[in-house]
Write a protein that binds this ligand. Structure first.
Ligand code: IYR
Length: 328
C-alpha cells in the first residue's frame, strides 16, 4: 500500500484529494492532528479516528492528539477540574490502544487557547463569521437544545487550533466536516492557510443499524466493557445477512453495524481475521480482506452468529490493553 492509499483508506471524505496527494509525496515533517473533547472513557468512536492516526503514523506523519478541555467546557461537559482529570485518563488509554507513544504529542487545549495572541485571533474570526454560519457548523456536535454563545465560539476555536498547532492535516469524524469547511472559509481572512482535512465514516448504532453510534444514546462499545459486556452487546447487534439492509418501515436508512465494525476497526488492525467454527459447520474461515468476509455473509457461507462471535473476540483483543490500564 503506498502512502496515499494508507492515508485515505477507509476515509469517508478528503478535502481535497490534491492536497492529500501533495502531503503523501512530502517525505518528512508532515503533521496531522485530531481533537477530542475529554469524555468519560474511550469508546469505539474515538477508536475509529485513532485507527486513522495509526495509519498516518505508518505513512510518516507526526501525530498530535488535542485533548480539547476548553471545548468540552464550552460544550457543557462539566467543571474545568473534572474535564482536566478525564483528559489525563484518556491520554493513557490512547497509548494503551496502540498509538505510538514516541511519535504522538498530546496537547491540552488550555495549554495554548488562553494565550493573548490566540484570543485576539479568535476575536478577529468572530468578527468575520455570522452567528448563523457558526451555528450550522455545530449542528452535529452540540448536545443542548437552546443555542448558547459558547456554541458559536467553539467552531471558531476549532478552526484556529489548526494554525496554532502548526499541523498540515485535520482529522475528524464526518460530524466535524462543517467545522472544517468553516475553517477553510474563515482562516484566510486572518492570513492563515485554508486547512486540509480527512473525515472518517460514522458507524451506525450497534443495536439497530440506524443513525450514529454514540455513547450517550443507544449501544456502543467502550474501553470499560468486560469481555462479557462485549459479547452480549455484539450478540444483540443488528446483523442482517447483507451490507445493504432495507430501510425501516418509516423510511430511515439502515446499515449493518457488525460489518462496519469489521471494516473500520478489525481489518485495519489485524492482517487476517479468523472466524472459528466447529468442523461440523464447515470449520474455521480465514479472511485477509474485509471484502471476502462481506461476500461470505451475503452468500450465506458465513452465518451472522459466527460473524458476531468472531467480532466480539477481536474487539476484546483491541480493548483489553486499555481495560487493564483502567483497572490500575
Ligand atoms: N469537535 C470535536 C473536538 C475538537 C476537535 C478538534 I479537530 C479541535 O481542534 C477542537 C475540538 C468533538 O466533537 O469532539
Amino acid at each position: 500500500m503506498d502512502a496515499y492509499e494508507r492515508i485515505t483508506r477507509n476515509a469517508a471524505e478528503v478535502v481535497t484529494e490534491e492536497e492529500i496527494e501533495a502531503l503523501a509525496d512530502d517525505p518528512d515533517g508532515k503533521r496531522a492532528y485530531v481533537g477530542y473533547e475529554p469524555s468519560g472513557v474511550l469508546h469505539i468512536g474515538h477508536m475509529l479516528t485513532a485507527n486513522k492516526l495509526i495509519d498516518l503514523q505508518d505513512a510518516g506523519f507526526e501525530v498530535t492528539v488535542l485533548l480539547a478541555d476548553v471545548h468540552a467546557y464550552l460544550n457543557d461537559k462539566g467543571s474545568f477540574e473534572e474535564i482536566r482529570h478525564t483528559a489525563e485518563r484518556m491520554r493513557d488509554q490512547f497509548i494503551a490502544y496502540g498509538l505510538d507513544e514516541s511519535n504522538t504529542q498530546f496537547v491540552l487545549g488550555s495549554d495554548f487557547q488562553l494565550d493573548d495572541d490566540y484570543t485576539l485571533d479568535l476575536h478577529s474570526l468572530e468578527l468575520e463569521t455570522t452567528l448563523a454560519r457558526a451555528e450550522r457548523a455545530m449542528a452535529e456536535i452540540t448536545s443542548g437544545d437552546s443555542v448558547k454563545v459558547s456554541q458559536a465560539v467553539y467552531p471558531l476555536m476549532q478552526a484556529l487550533d489548526i494554525p496554532y498547532l502548526g499541523v498540515d492535516l485535520a482529522i475528524g469524524g464526518m460530524e466535524q466536516r462543517k467545522v472544517h469547511m468553516l475553517a477553510r472559509d474563515v482562516l484566510p481572512s486572518i492570513d492563515r492557510e485554508p486547512p486540509t482535512s480527512l473525515h472518517t465514516p460514522l458507524i451506525a448504532d450497534l443495536g439497530t443499524g440506524r443513525g450514529k453510534m454514540s455513547s450517550s444514546t443507544g449501544v456502543t462499545i467502550s474501553m470499560e466493557d468486560s469481555r462479557e459486556d462485549i459479547e452480549s452487546k455484539v450478540n444483540d447487534a443488528y446483523c442482517p445477512p447483507t451490507a445493504d439492509p432495507e430501510p425501516t418501515d418509516d423510511g430511515e436508512s439502515r446499515e449493518n453495524p457488525v460489518l462496519q465494525v469489521f471494516e473500520y476497526h478489525v481489518f485495519p488492525r489485524f492482517e487476517t481475521v479468523v472466524v472459528e467454527r466447529p468442523e461440523e459447520y464447515g470449520g474455521d474461515l480465514e479472511y485477509g480482506t474485509y471484502d471476502g468476509l462481506e461476500a461470505d455473509l451475503e452468500s450465506g457461507e458465513l452465518h451472522p452468529a459466527d460473524a458476531k462471535g468472531a467480532l466480539a473476540a477481536y474487539l476484546d483483543r483491541l480493548i483489553a490493553p486499555g481495560r487493564e490500564q483502567l483497572a490500575e
